[in-house]
Every structure is written in structure tokens, then in C-alpha cells.
Design a protein around this ligand. Structure first.
Ligand code: PRX
Length: 630
């Protein structure tokens, strides 16, 4: 493609960025991957350590249950830590952390490995074995990645639950995964306040009965209830002789599970997305290396939460696999003032910043004077993820934060994909709002209802038409749902749930979800979960939740509620219901407004027609009402 003749608003990368890049020529790399997909991924996999080499790169015989690096033996935690401690990188910083109150902690590769080994020994001594599930529910503190890596080291499957979720969301995830161990902390700091995680966990454990041991990291020092025989302090366990500095590493098959991560689907309960040691490792390693152009001297900051896929792949696993220095910050971007992020970039000399459009829009509101007071010249690359970035936010980010010289990597991907799928490289021309093209070796398309590719600039269903190493393997305990949800609409193609367009230059423009999944401040929530939280309140008979555009959050939740007969609406009821959702699911799921109604638009088969509610709320004519009941 003649990149000099691109249409629209185009930003060309500076020469020095291209010169610095691992991949200077996207086209050659994409062509090589197109010609030999297995060879392309095998070359990357060979840069990592395998206890035993694979026999086959890709096995498609049981598709859509694809298998990668079949017969290969490895362990992702070995590749994150031991591979580096065996080299001069052992003294390099693996993790740098700043607490919301300003404390600083750091771990060299050597130190991080030691902590992980000690904690892995503790888990083993509690009887955790290969294949057991361990739930992790914490704030953004270093013990969270330590716990994840310790699980990986001994072959346990971690299930991290975002610290912003609350009672029912946590209980449901513990119960579904049948975890025997819960790792949590006394509390987490958020905007100067303490979120009582242990107290929330105690309440959740009354609803989920499988947990035998609770390990508690002391973060805030606030008093918490410790149940005898069940609850133990992390620091006390880590001081025991059994927490030795070395720990036998489990040999994992490439296809052995690494983690479960629950994410919202179209209906019902959240789904446990399952990722593996081998393919996920190769996918996250490769994508981060090329897209954020990781070099040894870099200080890289992904400002997501480790409790979501972005944090799993690109705070913890991807950076450590690349031997990078990953920076993690505990608190809110604007606490105590809107200078917080910019001051940390200056203080730590951050080179790469990866965040979400909602955070950029939130910081934009405070004006340029805040970032302009800081020296942000260490920045080389910027990134965006989680929802489409509006061109206004893109340009502000590019001009004010990147000073016009830092390309923005707008990466489209999902919990299910494990790794970046549509993404620029530092060397490619950018268009604000487009993630450019699929990663080399990844083929994507946009289909109409009948499964035919749509024309240029036409909207359709975004699909993936090649397997990729970091792809989810299944929904834990529910392979049928995996097939139905992702692979049944179009044979041979993975359905993303997003709609998109492609322009004349082949650039993809993702528009948004086409199902009942909402992106609120970049967080993925299902309308079904919000509705079930509302219905669990004794006053509510039925509920419907929709997302309406919001300047900072992207979407805000609005709910419609039918009260049970005999319940009188009173002044405080709306507030009570909003708080009830926050208590059951988490503050991120709290509806902006609740409207009390007598009926909800439904199809003849009884499904709520949320699009009708949405159209009405936006003052539009709802399209196609042929299935409406009345
Ligand atoms: O709708 C897309 C949106 O986020 C969804 C996936 O959400 P989740 O599994 O929580 O993972 C988020 C982080 C990888 C997608 O289906 N999305 C993610 N990145 C982008 C995006 N939409 C537009 N542009 C993006 N860069």
C-alpha cells in the first residue's frame, strides 16, 4: 500500500521513532505472516524458553477448540522471571510502584522472583496444586502480580476479580470457579478513602462456600475481622521458614490453563474466559514487543487495573516476558490533584504510557496547564484501549501529552483475544479514531447479516477469520457456550460482538458493541448483571438497563424499574436502588438514573427490547418494531 497517499486526517510517525522500532516495516512483516502463519509465530515463540519443544505450532483438528504449540512444555512464570534472573537483567527493575499516598516500592527481577517463590511455597503448603483455582481480590498493589505469578509458578489457575467489584460479583466468581483459596487485602486506597475489601470478601464468602483459606495482605492497617482457622496474614506467612527463596517450578503443557478471567456477556452470568500458558505467553510477548517497541532501557506504564485483561496481559505478563520495567500506580489519576499522572511521568522518566480514552477525557477537563507544568519529554509512545477514542481526545493526547512527537497506539482487543488484534505499529501512519489494521498474522473482516464482507465505509459485524496464539480456549466448564457465543453466527469466523467499518485505505474503525454489553468508563458490564442486581432488591419486580452517551464515561447506565405490586415509590427509593447495585456489583455499575415505569417494551417471546428504550431516551424513532409485543 502506498502509505503516502492515505486519505483523511493522517499523522505520520517521526523518523526517529521509525529508526528506533523493532519493526520498521509493517508491510514486510505482515506479508511474511500471511505467507507462513505458523512460521511467523514459531519464530517469536523460539525467543522464549521451552522445557520441551512443541511438535506442532497449530492444531486445527478440533476447531473452534484450536491448540497452539502442541506438545510444548513451558511455564509463563519461568519466562517472566527465571529467564531474566539467569542474565544481567537480574538486577534490572521489573516492577516499580507508587501508592496513592506517595510511597514507592520497587522489585528487581531477582527480588520479584524471590517474592514469587516464597509465596508459591506458601500456596503449596496450603495444599494448592496444579489445576486448582485461586481467587485474587485486591487493590493495585505489588502483591497482586506476585500472587498471579506464584499461582502460575505452581500451575494453579488464578482468577483475579477486579477490586472495584463488590459482594455478589465476587461471590459469583468464587462460586463458579470453585476456588479453595482467596487472596485479598485488608483494604484499598481510592481517592484518599479506604475501600474495605476484606469486609466485602467476608460478606461474599457467606454466599460462596468453597473457600478454605483466606490470605490477607496488610495495606491500610485498618482493623479487620480475621476468622480463626480460615484467615491468615500474608506477611506472617511470608516470614515462615517454609517460605524459602527457591521453589520448584511446575512444568506446564502449552495448553494447560493459566487463568480464568470473568467478563460480561450478552446474557446471564459473567463468563470465565480461559487462557493458557503457551499461546497466551507467545501472543502477549510478541504484540507488546512490536506495538510498544519495548527496549531494555524503557520504563513502561500501563495505567489499567491488573484485575482486567489489560492489566493481565500488559501490566504483568507482557512486560515481564519482555524483560521491561513495568510501572504500577495504586490510586486515582486526579488524586489529590489532576497533576498526579504527569508528575509521576516526570519523576520516574516514563517512556511509554498506555491508558483508556475515558481517562484522557477525564484529565482533559482540567485543562492543559496541569500537564504543561511537567517535563513529559521522556515519553516516546502513547497508547489507548477499551473503547473507541474520539478524535478530539486523540488530538489532545497527541498534542498536549505527546507534544506532537509520540505516536498513539490505539489497540483494539478483548478479554477473549488475550492480545492486541487491531493495532498500529510505531512506524505506521495514524488516523485519529482508527486502530489501523490487524496485527501481522491476524485476519479480520466485517460481515453483513449474511456473512458477506461489507463494502468500503459500510458498517457491519467485526469478525476474526484466523486463529491466533493468545485466543481464549473455552469458557470454563461451558464449552457449548463458547461455541454458541463466538463461533455459531458465521462458520469459521470468531464473532467479536462489535460493529466496525473499513475505509478505502483498509483502516478499521470500530464503532462499538452491538450486543447487550456496555462499556462504562472502559469497563465492560452486562446489562443482564445490572438488571439482576436491581431485581435482587425486595422492591423490584423487573428492570432494564441501557447505556446512553456520556462525555467522560463514554456510556452511562440508565435503568428502568417496575416495582412489585403494593410497593409505593418514595423519594429515597431511587438512591436506595442505585446504592443497592453498587453494594452488590460495584460502584462502576451504579446507574446514573433510575426511572420507575409500569411496563417495559418486550418482544413477543418476552425479551426486553433495550434498543427501543434507548431510542426513546435519545428522542429517536425506534427502528423495526415488528417484533414488539404491543
Ligand atoms: O467493544 C470493544 C472495546 O472493548 C471490548 C472488549 O472489552 P474487554 O474484554 O473488557 O477488553 C478491554 C481491553 C482490551 C471490545 O469488544 N474496545 C477495546 N479496545 C478498543 C475497543 N473499542 C474501540 N477501540 C479500541 N481500541
Amino acid at each position: 500500500m502506498a502509505e503516502s497517499k492515505l486519505t483523511g486526517d493522517v499523522f505520520y510517525p517521526p523518523e526517529e521513532i521509525i529508526r528506533h522500532a523493532h519493526a520498521r516495516d509493517w508491510g514486510t512483516m505482515a506479508a511474511a505472516a500471511e505467507k507462513d502463519l505458523e512460521g511467523f509465530w514459531a519464530k517469536e515463540a523460539n525467543e522464549l524458553h521451552w522445557f520441551e519443544h512443541w511438535e506442532k505450532v497449530l492444531d486445527e483438528s478440533k476447531k473452534p477448540f484450536y491448540q497452539w504449540f502442541v506438545g510444548g512444555k513451558t511455564n509463563i512464570a519461568y519466562n517472566c522471571l527465571d529467564r531474566h534472573t539467569a542474565t544481567a537483567r537480574r538486577n534490572k527493575l521489573a516492577l516499580m510502584w507508587e501508592g496513592e499516598k506517595g510511597e514507592f516500592r520497587s522489585f528487581s527481577y531477582f527480588a520479584l522472583r524471590r517474592e514469587v517463590c516464597r509465596f508459591a511455597n506458601i500456596l503449596r503448603s496450603l495444599g494448592v496444586q496444579k489445576g486448582d483455582r485461586v481467587t485474587i481480590y485486591m487493590g493495585r498493589i505489588p502483591e497482586l502480580p506476585i500472587a498471579m505469578l506464584a499461582c502460575a509458578r505452581i500451575g494453579a489457575i488464578h482468577s483475579v476479580v477486579y477490586g472495584g467489584f463488590t459482594v455478589e460479583a465476587l461471590a459469583e466468581r468464587i462460586d463458579d470457579s470453585q476456588s479453595k483459596v482467596l487472596i485479598t487485602c485488608d483494604g484499598a486506597y481510592q481517592r484518599g478513602k479506604v475501600v474495605p475489601l476484606k469486609q466485602i470478601a467476608d460478606e461474599a464468602l457467606q454466599r460462596a462456600a468453597t473457600v478454605e483459606s483466606v490470605l490477607v495482605v496488610r495495606r491500610t492497617g485498618e482493623p479487620v475481622n480475621m476468622e480463626q482457622g480460615r484467615d491468615m496474614w500474608y506477611h506472617e506467612l511470608m516470614a515462615l521458614p517454609i517460605a524459602g527463596n527457591s521453589c520448584h517450578i511446575e512444568t506446564m503443557d502449552a495448553e494447560d490453563p493459566l487463568f480464568l478471567l470473568y467478563t460480561s456477556g450478552t446474557t446471564g452470568k459473567p463468563k470465565a474466559i480461559l487462557h493458557t500458558h503457551g499461546g497466551y505467553m507467545v501472543g502477549t510477548y510478541t504484540t507488546l514487543k512490536y506495538v510498544f517497541d519495548i527496549h531494555d532501557a524503557d520504563r513502561y506504564w500501563c495505567a489499567a487495573d491488573p484485575g482486567w485483561i489489560t492489566g493481565h496481559s500488559y501490566i504483568v505478563y507482557g512486560p515481564l516476558l519482555n524483560g521491561a520495567t513495568s510501572f504500577m500506580y495504586e490510586g486515582a489519576p486526579t488524586y489529590p490533584y489532576p497533576n498526579r499522572w504527569w508528575s509521576m511521568i516526570e519523576k520516574y522518566g516514563i517512556n511509554i504510557l498506555y491508558t483508556a480514552p475515558t481517562a484522557i477525557r477525564g484529565l482533559m477537563r482540567f485543562g492543559e496547564a496541569w500537564p504543561n507544568r511537567y517535563d513529559l519529554s521522556s515519553l516516546r509512545l502513547l497508547g489507548s484501549v477499551g473503547e473507541p477514542i474520539n478524535p478530539e481526545a486523540w488530538k489532545w493526547y497527541h498534542r498536549v501529552i505527546g507534544k506532537g512527537k509520540c505516536p498513539i497506539m490505539d489497540t483494539w482487543w478483548q478479554t477473549e483475544t488475550g492480545m492486541f488484534m487491531i493495532t498500529p505499529f510505531p512506524s505506521v501512519p495514524l488516523k485519529p479514531g482508527s486502530g489501523t489494521r490487524p496485527f501481522p498474522g491476524v485476519k479480520m473482516d466485517i460481515y453483513n447479516e449474511e456473512g458477506k464482507p461489507v463494502g468500503i465505509d459500510e458498517e457491519g459485524f467485526l469478525v476474526i477469520t484466523t486463529p491466533w496464539p493468545a485466543m481464549m480456549r473455552t469458557i470454563y466448564k461451558d464449552p457449548e457456550r463458547y461455541v454458541n457465543q463466538y463461533w455459531s453466527k458465521y462458520p469459521g469466523a470468531y464473532l467479536t460482538g462489535d460493529s466496525a467499518k473499513r475505509d478505502v485505505d483498509g483502516y478499521f474503525w470500530v464503532i462499538g458493541r452491538v450486543d447487550d454489553v456496555l462499556k462504562v468508563s472502559g469497563y465492560r458490564l452486562g446489562t443482564a448483571e445490572i438488571e439482576s442486581a436491581l431485581v435482587s432488591h425486595p422492591a423490584v419486580a423487573e428492570a432494564a438497563a441501557i447505556g446512553l452517551p456520556h462525555e467522560v464515561k463514554g456510556n452511562a447506565i440508565h435503568a428502568y424499574v417496575i416495582l412489585k405490586t403494593g410497593i409505593e415509590k418514595h423519594d429515597r427509593l431511587e438512591e436506595e436502588l442505585r446504592n443497592h447495585v453498587a453494594h452488590e456489583m460495584g460502584p462502576i455499575a451504579k446507574p446514573e438514573t433510575i426511572q420507575f415505569v409500569d411496563s417495559l417494551p418486550k418482544t413477543r417471546s418476552g425479551k426486553i427490547m433495550r434498543r427501543v428504550l434507548k431510542a426513546r431516551a435519545l428522542g429517536q424513532e425506534p427502528k423495526d418494531l415488528s417484533t414488539l409485543e404491543e
